[in-house]
Design a protein around this ligand. Sequence first.
Ligand code: PMP
Length: 364
Amino acid sequence: PHANTLNFSAGPGALPAAVLAQVRDAIAALPETGVSVLGMSHRSDWFLAILDEAERHVRHLLGLSDRYAVSFLQGGSSLLFATVPMNYATPAFAAPEYVVSGYWSARASAEAGRVGPHRIAWDGQRAGFRELPVLEQLDVDPRAAYLHYVSNETIEGLQFALPARPASVPLIADMSSDFLSKPIDAWHFGMIYAHAQKNLGAAGVTVAVIDRELLTRIPGGLPHILDFRTQIAHGSNYNTPPVFAIYVLTLITRWLRDDIGGLEQVQRINEGKAARLYAVLDEMSDAVTIHAKRPWRSQMNVAFTFGDARLDRAFLDTAEARGMSGLEGHRSLRGLRASLYNAVTPQAVEILCETLIEFALQRA
Ligand code: PMP
């Protein structure tokens, strides 16, 4: 198999082969315009139609009502770590609350602390970020500006269950690593954001889904580019948007709708992939440790280790020799990590599993 089909990278990650083929052609010349996608004006009719289609697909896949605005932003999820408190943590409310459940939510919380006061609603650091709280059971000030959490901790491989009901304060989720991997009840959220380089395509664009009620809380006087209302008012075309990344996102959402058949279908495929890999790792539990405790295991990122840096390296070498890539753990946790985003096929996961089983047998 081609290395592109065996890409287990945590992000930028695997893209569907069918989308990669369209992107390759579009870089040479778009079928619709004859001009390379990299040379298309962001004011062209072609791009306005792409923006419109991208928004329609996101709305359709998530079943969003008009209560929500959809906007395409830059600066990655890291810029949102700063702009979320800048836009919503106003003196009219108590300090925003943060769930610190892993590396990325800790980064979000620390950044909020640079903007103003914030409160930590739960902190899993001392227990090594191996488990998660139940959101509904947290003791959150009902006057808090919002509650922020990361729905899937990409590095530790921890994933929250979806909230069962709207929270008492606006719930804001960084869904960078599990957005569009399964259906969600969007109306439980005040805001959802996710960068594209996991399940939505290429780095450069971040999708924000915002309850319009929250927009009314934004203070005057923010720099325009940091005020969430600006891109919404300009149809995500206030300044030059990342045309290429938005084009790829549009192709990915078409693929999700037409080739996969929607979010229920992709969820079923993703559950199958994760179940297979965890079953194999559980079989090998004498030799392998999975970072996450069982109830919080992520379906997107599986962080594990053979317990010894040399063994992990030996496995990486074996996997690389068979065309697999991206299996190295994050520099903060080390070990190994297999990311199973939407574009990673069940066949690719099967090859990974067979390689794990053979590797373990050779060393038994
Ligand atoms: N949030 C999560 C859950 C992530 O996984 C990452 C990066 N992988 C980030 C935020 C940071 O995103 P960015 O690099 O787009 O700023």
